[in-house]
Design a protein around this ligand. Structure first.
Ligand code: RB5
Length: 142
């Protein structure tokens, strides 16, 4: 399953993402927030990662910059969240880091850029090479 969540600053870009996912006929669950009334991004990042099975689900998080959501999401084991600043970064985030959460900044990222990064995030497989697997294993501190 693909989960989406945002704070107030990411709400509009989340709505754009939903429209795009509808167009692509990709199933998702929107975990809120549902308007632009001020909320706290850690609450929504937590809600999303708690719903996710990190081995098979993916998440899209939206706040003003993407940073706060990313910091919070990465506090959870097996979550590998990246901030999407450009397409190349997202491509390598999937291929090398097996990123399972993409965080986008509603105040920094345009609609078209966001759509392109979402598509790359969903379409790019993990490269799976031994060195990447080994490095990913080292991310989870016991
Ligand atoms: C909210 O004003 C803003 O701080 C938040 O959306 C996000 O950018 C934090 O990283």
């Amino acid at each position: 399953m693909l989960y989406l969540a945002s704070d107030h600053a990411g709400y509009k870009l989340k709505e754009v993402a939903k429209e795009f996912l509808n167009f692509l006929q990709i199933e998702y669950q929107d975990l809120g927030t549902n308007d632009e009334e001020m909320v706290d991004y850690p609450d929504y990042a937590r809600k999303l990662v708690k719903k996710m099975n990190p081995k098979k689900d993916k998440g899209l998080l939206f706040c003003g910059t993407g940073s706060g959501m990313c910091i919070m999401a990465n506090r959870y084991k097996k979550i590998r969240a990246i901030v999407g600043n450009n397409e190349h970064e997202v491509l390598l985030g999937r291929a090398h880091n097996d990123a399972n959460v993409l965080c986008l900044g509603g105040r920094l990222t345009g609609e078209n850029g966001a759509k392109k990064m979402i598509k790359i995030f969903l379409d790019t497989p993990f490269a799976g090479e031994t060195r990447h697997k080994r490095r990913i294993r080292k991310l989870d501190i016991k």
